[in-house]
Write a protein that binds this ligand. Structure first.
Ligand code: ADP
Length: 334
């Protein structure tokens, strides 16, 4: 029996990410690797949340291409569409209906009190739209629509998941039903990957990122721009790997022997930053070679990638429709 029809022992996991286009090392180490690993134990539903993206976008002209590029990265990195449901949020519009229904059991004050909302108000004071306030309600709708048992969340997303659990309890209590599942928080430690500036979180908007789909030459160029231990001014100065982002990345992409060697040699100026970066670029390119080949192959047939997304959408829709039938019955909608 194919695994898609037989639910895996540990249940169903849902996660969504906004379509930010080509993914960077932060997305890769902080999200995608976990997405791939979870497939072994869970039925996974991974959603490209384009509706959520509308709350912060200034322009939508790249929305379609960004969704496509992100899907390519996910697939090439090891998402298995024959078992995992991978789709685009707006392809299953039941989510907007459930969002509306859940908003009726959501006290407004809860939403405006969330730290993530307050942060967005600070970030975009010129565009505090209604959708931004309802962002967590839409997220709750996504999670419960697909009957998810668990959601992997880092510290910053925990209030959102707790909010989802509260909404589910309110709904089930209000309509005297058990039809919505209260999802478990699968607390996950996500590494925070710093950008090439060595200070801020790697992010496209800060242009301090390294794309996983970059060419080997581009990768080498970006790595050579990385800021290392700021106290190490000259090649002959001893360095401190503990404060160097190049060393941190070595830990993810170089062999244990190489990491141990750099840890010793940097401290006694045995290796310079230039050589250290060259080695990182080489190992990064080596690590990503298979991924890049698979990505290029997939990119030769964009229609196939869209088929995967559409097929995922159709599978997601079947689950969504069944949930909505139960929701309608519980509420008593005619
Ligand atoms: P979203 O709004 O969907 O979180 P992002 O592009 O910011 O969109 O992030 C997508 C995923 O990648 C999230 O799970 C996020 O935590 C992870 N991520 C993004 N940047 C980094 C980073 N610098 N370090 C670690 N994880 C990151």
């Amino acid at each position: 029996m194919p695994s898609a029809t037989k639910r895996k022992k540990k249940g169903r996991v849902f996660s969504g990410a906004r379509p930010t286009g080509r993914q960077h090392l932060g997305n890769y180490l902080g999200a995608i690797k976990n997405y791939v690993a979870l497939q072994d134990d869970y039925d996974c539903v991974y959603c490209i949340v384009d509706l959520h993206a509308l709350t912060t976008l200034e322009t939508t002209e790249n929305l379609r291409q960004n969704s496509y590029e992100m899907a390519l990265d996910w697939l090439a990195a090891g998402i298995r569409p024959e078992e995992t449901i991978m789709f685009i949020q707006s392809h299953v519009l039941e989510v907007t209906e459930l969002h509306t229904i859940l908003s009726m059991v959501t006290p407004l004050g809860k939403l405006t009190d969330l730290p993530t909302f307050k942060e967005k108000v600070r970030q975009q004071p010129h565009n505090i739209n209604y959708g931004l306030v309802g962002y967590p309600v839409l997220m709750a709708a996504d999670i419960v629509l697909y009957k998810s048992d668990a959601v992997p969340v880092g510290v910053d997303q925990q209030p959102h998941l707790e909010f989802t659990r509260e909404v589910v309890r309110s709904f089930n209590y209000r309509f005297n039903t058990q039809c919505l599942i209260e999802p478990e928080m699968k607390a996950t430690e996500f590494p925070k990957v710093l950008g090439i500036d060595g200070v801020q979180k790697m992010s496209k908007s800060l242009n301090n990122h390294i794309e996983i789909a970059a060419t080997p030459e581009e990768t080498q160029q970006r790595v050579m721009q990385m800021v290392t231990d700021p106290q190490r001014m000259r090649r002959t100065d001893p360095g401190n790997p503990d404060v160097c982002n190049v060393f941190t990345l070595h830990k993810s992409f170089s062999s244990p022997e190489e990491v141990a060697n750099i840890n010793v040699e940097c401290r006694r100026a045995g290796i310079g930053c230039v050589d250290c970066k060259k080695l990182l670029a080489k190992n990064l390119n080596e690590h990503l070679r298979g991924f890049r080949q698979r990505r290029a192959e997939l990119d030769r047939n964009p229609d196939d990638v869209w088929d995967i997304l559409n097929e995922g959408g159709a599978r997601a829709k079947r689950i969504a429709q069944a949930t909505m039938q139960e929701v309608h019955a519980a509420i008593g909608l005619p």
